[in-house]
Write a protein that binds this ligand. Structure first.
Ligand code: HEM
Ligand code: HEM
Length: 136
């Protein structure tokens, strides 16, 4: 149990990567796939995979947050209170709230919440990198 905190830390990273795929898979679509002819098999398969990734975005984020709770509980018990970790956690929870607001209240209609949600994602990446480097 003492060392399982790191495992949950890396599970957060795994879930977080899936959450961010939302952006990457769409960016690659705009960059390369959109130009393919509509009868292209690659385009058809890619579009199907993209739909799965995009429609499950919030569930990847929920999974990530549950792994975060496990990581926090174990690290507080066996390691120490990490201020950089706590900062990253606060930013993640804030972005969950922003995403939840955009999804359930704004019905995915893009407005200021969406720009804030994207900017917060960038801040989150930066704060996680700081946590991984310092662990303090
Ligand atoms: C988004 C938030 C977070 C992510 C992605 C994350 C991720 C990670 C990862 C992957 C490690 C393992 C690094 C390694 O094996 O070298 C780690 C270590 C650690 N985390 Fe987090 N963490 C987060 C939040 C937190 C929070 C809120 C706390 C506060 C309790 C915390 C406390 C720690 C501690 C104390 C370590 C060092 C453990 C050691 O070196 O034995 N983390 N974190
Ligand atoms: C760690 C938490 C989260 C991160 C880092 C994150 C990140 C992102 C990013 C980068 C985008 C932009 C995608 C693009 O530009 O194409 C996005 C879009 C979106 N996110 Fe999140 N998100 C998180 C949690 C959530 C949650 C919990 C929900 C809903 C309950 C949510 C709902 C949405 C919605 C509705 C969009 C608009 C685009 C779409 O229709 O998929 N997000 N998110």
């Amino acid at each position: 149990m003492r060392d399982s905190g790191s495992v949950f830390g890396w599970l957060i990273i795994a879930g977080f990567s899936l959450t961010l795929m939302n952006y990457l898979i769409r960016a690659f679509y705009r960059f390369a796939i959109v130009h393919l002819p509509s009868e292209s098999k690659v385009k058809r398969v890619y579009t199907r995979v993209q739909r799965v990734v995009v429609s499950n975005h919030r569930f990847f984020a929920f999974f990530t947050t549950v792994m975060l709770l496990a990581h926090v509980a174990i690290q507080l018990r066996y390691r120490w209170l990490s201020w950089t970790g706590l900062t990253a956690a606060a930013i993640m929870v804030a972005n969950d709230a922003l995403g939840g607001y955009g999804h359930y209240i704004k019905k995915k209609k893009r407005s200021a919440w969406f720009r804030a949600h994207r900017v917060t994602a960038v801040l989150l990446i930066a704060s996680i990198i700081v946590h991984l480097i310092t662990k303090r």
